[in-house]
Design a protein. Sequence first.
Length: 352
Amino acid sequence: MSEAAKYFYGIIDSKGDGRLSPPENRISGGIYTIPYQDISALVSDSPKVDCASLSREALARLLLNHQQVIEKIMSLEYAVIPVKLGSFAGDEAEVKAILQKGYALMRDIITKISDKIEIDLAATWCDFAAVLHEIGEDAAIKGLKEELLSIHEGITVDDQIKVGAMIKNVLDKKREDYVFLIQNTLNVMSHEFKVHDLMDDKMVINAAFLIDKDMYKDFERKVEELNIRCGEKLRFRLVGPLPPYSFYTLEIKKLSFEEVDWARKKLNLPSFSSKEEIKKAFRRAAFSFHPDTNPDANLDTADVKKAFNEVTAAYKTLCEYCLAFEQSGQGNEYSFREEKWEENALLVRVKE
């Protein structure tokens, strides 16, 4: 049986809002707020689940519900800081501890996103086959093809790879030119801009823009102008207005004492260390285990790689612990004793 927990959707500014004060803090569909000072967590009562263990269908349903709740609250004219999918707290006390730990960060983000929205923009080639045909007519590529066809032995796999690489380079240059134009045109209207990974070769750009809420129509018009300037060779798609998913999604993490202690021992650190000492310990360990600096090791390649990955993971864990330590106002001398870990186990940060 799964343990009962509080599922996190987001954080809102609840200053001076009587609608979200108990007992009127239930919104709808089991969603309610837990306040701390002038901010509130949007939560629901839910059994705790591990997202990694969910089926693809169950994860998709959870994501859809998660986004629908956040976007519904946004539609009520709240600035919402989204919380990472699958974030739980054990009880109300832990929710308040999280709000207390991340209060300064949350207030800063609320200031940054007030009266702003995210717009996601994707552009794809209207006729990808035509683009490839046009590239194929490039003088250098055409010349190489003719040269290869004249060889009596026939075209080898290496020849095909060479032609493919040339086509890719020209395609990438075309894409870069369009991305430069799109960014320069739309960045002047946005406070922040973020590029996401492309889904496939047919996609030219996949990006998010944080803009003023009242600039949405102007942003749409700029995209229409871009479409004309690009000779309608690109197909533009806008999604929004959205909460600032791409810019300020919060990650809430509770570090276990076991993983922090393991990381400390892996880097051979004492019970108290400074950040500089942690960095030095990682560099020493990484230098010892890195395959490029340890070619004569008696370990096989798999063992060396595993050891290097472990010290890298240990360093990442200790960096997270140090950040949690700093959020508690404990200074920059880090204690790894269990009693200090209890005060610094919670980490609240913007998801990378």
